[in-house]
Design a binder for this molecule. Structure first.
Ligand SMILES: NC(=O)C1=CN([C@@H]2O[C@H](COP(=O)(O)OP(=O)(O)OC[C@H]3O[C@@H](n4cnc5c(N)ncnc54)[C@H](OP(=O)(O)O)[C@@H]3O)[C@@H](O)[C@H]2O)C=CC1
Ligand SMILES: O=C(O)CCC(=O)C(=O)O
Ligand SMILES: [Mg+2]
Length: 413
């Protein structure tokens, strides 16, 4: 297969464990739908922040790599995720991507999920913070300040499922009935079947990462969100293992006989509470009592729902960033999808992808540039220079296009 990736001259590879070069090569996937609008704006804003922060001493060398619809146009109709793209994302370690389309029902499986699995990006980290002036349905949106650690490789996202009435579904149902004594499948002839693997290892490494984050960032609590009352051996296992990690690896002590527990942050002396909440109750609690929640650790599907719900509390998924992280690689991406009805209109909010890139700058240790991005975002929103999603809810705002919002940020750096 022909190669379409052009390595930018003058850039250097990021090598895990070594110092970040001043001229790193960062692969990016433009993304489907609104990817064509938001990705160039993100690059322009980040380049401006880096230039302003370091006066030309540091510079990202962007390298386009292809996946999704654009890749099928370049490589061939069935080439949704070419091997050379996976290889580049691994070889260059740190990358950023726009959203990619996943059809509902049939068709290709999620490319986003495939990427997370292929690179074993087991932590999906999604910070949810309020920017002053952003319209929100809450009276006190500033009380919502959470960081979600969503498991990113297991659960029903593993993609182990069989369509209703398929040979596979029939076989699995027969196995369950005949060999496992299952007699509770309500409509065995017409049921689709999905499998939900949740492991001790997968849960342990995620909770460990979340608690390390809590300690490094002096956060006050970790809430384990699960549906363990119903799915005892998957979601319930997740809860039990999370408490076990807190106790065995971080020295947490039971509060009043447990299961809640607490330990002292060794860096700051602050008490950290580790507690749990059942997912349905959690979704009403975050609306009614957001200040009681801080860092969240949860399973894959719960984390997907919680991400969009919490994003709405602070103004919507136009401003909801994220990172997919493993022990070796990091790929940054927004929480939202391809919003197809807005594709190519230069209309949507590029904020989520810009803030995802801001997380990437922090990951590289380029704190000054990251701070400039935040400052510029706050200033543009403060001046009511916003995209349609905020403008429709704000009095006296000027509605800007996607690209004009990027320019408004750059003008305020
Ligand atoms: N990681 C990824 O790549 C993801 C991919 N997807 C995929 O994206 C496709 C579309 O999914 P869908 O369920 O419509 O969800 P989307 O997140 O794409 O869009 C839903 C709605 O959210 C709002 N929205 C999304 N992005 C922005 C933005 N940048 N600025 C302002 N508003 C925004 C819009 O609301 P309004 O209509 O109110 O203006 C939009 O109609 C699917 O194929 C899905 O699988 C979904 C999520 C993540
Ligand atoms: O892969 C997809 O299409 C959707 C993924 C998603 O919603 C998410 O990761 O938040
Ligand atoms: Mg989602």
């Amino acid at each position: 297969m022909a190669s379409h990736i052009k390595v930018p001259p003058g850039g250097q590879k990021i090598v895990p464990g070594q110092a970040i070069p001043d001229n790193p090569i960062i692969p990016f996937i433009e993304g489907d739908g609104i990817g064509i609008d938001i990705t160039p704006v993100m690059i322009k804003v980040i380049d401006a922040a880096v230039d302003k922060a370091y006066g030309g001493k540091k510079k990202i060398h962007w390298m386009e790599v292809y996946a999704g619809e654009k890749s099928t146009r370049l490589y061939g109709p069935d080439e949704w995720f070419p091997k050379e793209t996976f290889d580049a994302l691994k070889e260059y370690s740190v990358s950023i991507k726009g959203p990619m389309t996943t059809p509902v029902g049939g068709g290709i499986r999620s490319l986003n999920v495939a990427l997370r699995q292929e690179l074993d990006l087991y932590q999906c980290v999604r910070p949810v913070q309020y920017f002053k002036g952003v319209p929100s349905p809450l009276k006190h949106p500033e009380l919502t300040n959470m960081v979600i650690f969503r498991e990113n490789t297991e659960d029903i996202y593993a993609g182990i499922e069989w369509a209703a009435e398929s040979e596979g579904a029939k076989k699995v149902i027969a196995f369950l009935q005949q060999e496992m004594g299952v007699n509770k499948i309500r409509f065995p002839l017409t049921s689709g079947i999905g499998i939900k693997p949740i492991s001790i290892e997968g849960t342990t490494r995620l909770v460990r990462a979340a608690l390390k984050y809590v300690i490094a960032n002096d956060r006050k609590s970790l809430t384990i969100v699960h549906k363990g009352n119903i799915m005892k051996f998957t979601e319930g296992l997740f809860r039990d293992i999370a408490y076990k990690v807190a106790q065995e690896e971080f020295g947490a002590q039971l509060i009043d006989g447990g299961p809640w527990c607490h330990f002292t942050n060794p860096n700051t002396g602050r008490e950290v509470t580790v507690k749990d909440s059942i997912a349905d109750a959690f979704l009403q609690q975050i609306l009614l009592r957001p200040a009681e929640y801080d860092t969240i650790v949860t399973t894959n599907l719960n984390g997907d729902y919680i991400s969009d719900a919490l994003a709405a509390q602070v103004g919507g998924i136009g401003i909801a960033p994220g990172a997919n992280i493993s022990d070796n690689y990091a790929c940054f991406e927004a929480t939202h999808g391809t919003a197809p009805k807005y594709a190519g209109l230069d209309k949507v909010n590029p904020g989520s992808l810009i803030l995802s890139a801001e997380m990437m700058l922090r990951h590289l240790g380029w704190i000054e540039a990251a701070n400039l991005v935040i400052k510029a975002m706050e200033a543009a929103i403060g001046d009511k220079q916003v995209t349609y999603d905020f403008a429709r809810l704000m009095d006296g705002a000027e509605e800007l296009s996607c690209s004009a919002f990027g320019d408004a940020m750059i003008a305020r750096m």
